[in-house]
Ligand binder design. Structure first.
Ligand SMILES: Nc1ncnc2c1ncn2[C@@H]1O[C@H](COP(=O)(O)OP(=O)(O)OP(=O)(O)O)[C@@H](O)[C@H]1O
Length: 242
């Protein structure tokens, strides 16, 4: 079966000398969740942006068996590749509902309405604040709004950049619970960037470890259920970052 996403020999440079990602390869089968884990500066965000078409990269990225070389970011969104950036980037002055509508800007009126209802159904925490300003939401609720806005585009592949960033552990659990519900209800593929191994394991099928722009290891979530294997992965691949 063709993977939903296939990344092969990906390299990212910022300028001639600064290489952020070196020869990274991994795949996301349809309906699976893959985590990219690593410390600050390991190259995780650069990989996500390259997949989304937001920065230039070398190597091959194919989506549904089709090479994405030369495909602009906007076209990638239309095909179903949706990036939810680190730091949420919601429009604070707009209402929750208006923020959602932004994510479905390319949809017809009826579909936009249906999708908005679907997202609000999925995130009851923000549903009863739908007509209030987004800045009034808590950090966790803002993260739900950012993910909800991504879902408005009707993604087939969701690129989620550190959804746990800056959130208290209880809020992280709530966000991840919702993500688990989404994955149970759809065949959406997800690439999740995280620093938190234990939280990632609750959602992911496969975990890839990055250091200094390179992939240094891979484990399935199944393998990491064993606590000794989990500790070994933390010691060998993540160190203090876990
Ligand atoms: N716009 C940029 N210009 C120059 N260098 C950059 C730029 N963005 C990232 N880098 C560098 O590329 C490397 C990888 O950064 P990247 O943001 O991809 O890492 P990350 O694993 O996502 O880190 P974090 O967890 O801190 O977000 C780092 O050395 C970083 O300093």
């Amino acid at each position: 079966m063709t993977d939903l996403l296939n990344v092969s020999g990906l390299s990212v440079f910022y300028g001639a000398k600064a290489q952020a990602v070196e020869n990274v390869s991994f795949a996301v089968p349809s309906g699976k969740v893959v985590a990219l884990l690593g410390a600050n500066g390991a190259g995780k965000t650069s990989i996500m942006k390259a997949i989304a078409g937001l920065i230039p990269a070398r190597g091959a990225i194919s989506f549904d068996g089709v090479d994405l070389a030369g495909t602009p970011a906007r076209e990638r969104v239309k095909r179903g590749i949706v990036y939810v950036p680190e730091g949420r980037e919601i429009v604070r002055e707009m209402t929750v509902r208006e923020n959602l509508v932004l994510g479905g800007y390319h949809l017809g009126g009826r579909e936009r309405k249906d999708r908005t209802a679907m997202v609000l159904d999925l995130f009851p925490e923000i549903a009863n604040k739908a007509d209030g300003a987004a800045w009034r939401l808590s950090g966790g609720e803002q993260q739900m709004l950012a993910i909800g806005r991504g879902l408005m585009a009707g993604p087939r592949l969701l690129l989620l950049d550190e959804p746990s960033l800056g959130l208290a552990p209880m809020l992280v659990r709530r966000v991840f619970d919702r993500l688990r519900a989404i994955r149970q209800e759809t065949d959406l593929g997800i690439v999740l960037v995280e620093q938190n191994l234990v939280m990632s394991m609750r959602l992911c099928d496969d975990l890839y470890f990055l250091r200094g722009g390179m992939l240094v290891g891979h484990r399935s979530a199944e393998e990491l259920k064993d606590s000794a294997a989990r500790q070994e992965a933390i010691d060998v691949y993540l160190g203090a970052a876990a």
